[in-house]
Ligand binder design. Sequence first.
Ligand code: SF4
Ligand code: SF4
Length: 314
Amino acid sequence: MDVIKEAYSKLIKDKAKALGFDACGFTKAEALTEEKEILRGWLDNNRHGNMQYMANHFEKRVDPSMLVEGAKSVIVLLTNYTPQKKQTDPDAPIIARYAYGQDYHHVIKDKLKLLFSYIQEEIYPELEGRYFVDSAPVLERSLGVKAGLGWIGKNTNLIHKKLGSYVFISELIINLELPASEPIKDACGGCTRCIDACPTQALIAPKTLDARKCISYLTIENKEDIPEEFVGKMENRVFGCDICQEVCPWTWKSRPHTNENLQPVTKILELTKEEWQTLNPDTFSETFRKSAIKRAKYTGLKRNIDFLLSKKQK
Ligand code: SF4
Ligand code: SF4
């Protein structure tokens, strides 16, 4: 049986690679007991702000086997999104790297579907399961750790030794038993660069984020006005914030991705400071038509731009 499982494992990893995934690992579909306690404490302290969905489906979130009947394994996949290019105007408001290209949800979901079909057609016709990319109550980073793909850094991101942390995490939860990958050791060591660099002190302890202080939350998830206490602290970030990843030595080693479907949208990278400042509903729709930024809607993005423009920022 083990020999067969190993053979399945190789076939699946090879196929994942051929589809453009950059790393693939397996873990058992079972309750995440340690993570359950951590998540409970985080929610109890309201560190999720108004991300109510984090509290919903709590039991499912901490136990992937509850999402698929008869689930045996989780296949966790990483997709590198380290970009080759940067925004061209150094004074333009800064967006998180993951938002440079077209909306990754669609791109990755298509690939997951192909991987699922491959397993069903070539390996296990009785295959049942579901696939997710940032779209269900799944603790993706923890599953990535269990699947041997990296460790959770002090900046709370999953860090892969070669790819760094600019990675999209996605997963298939399936009823096929696969050999669990060996977890790897945390390699942050004595480093605290991310904690020291966070402009809003949102990393309140190693691996603990107070989302209510995080620029990424404030500019994307937050539906209210950005509180005055963050005036002057936004570091010109208008949609997301990569600072705690930019300073992480593990991201310096990552190579730019070559995934055609995730290439940056030139128009977004070339927006000048003036064009950001004069963005209107029409230019918003046209520029961000295929981008994850459109999820913020025009009013959300405009709120962020206006906040950066506020005199008190200077
Ligand atoms: S994303 Fe930005 S604001 Fe949030 S923890 Fe990292 S450095 Fe701090
Ligand atoms: S900056 Fe240092 S402490 Fe923070 S995640 Fe990277 S290696 Fe870990």
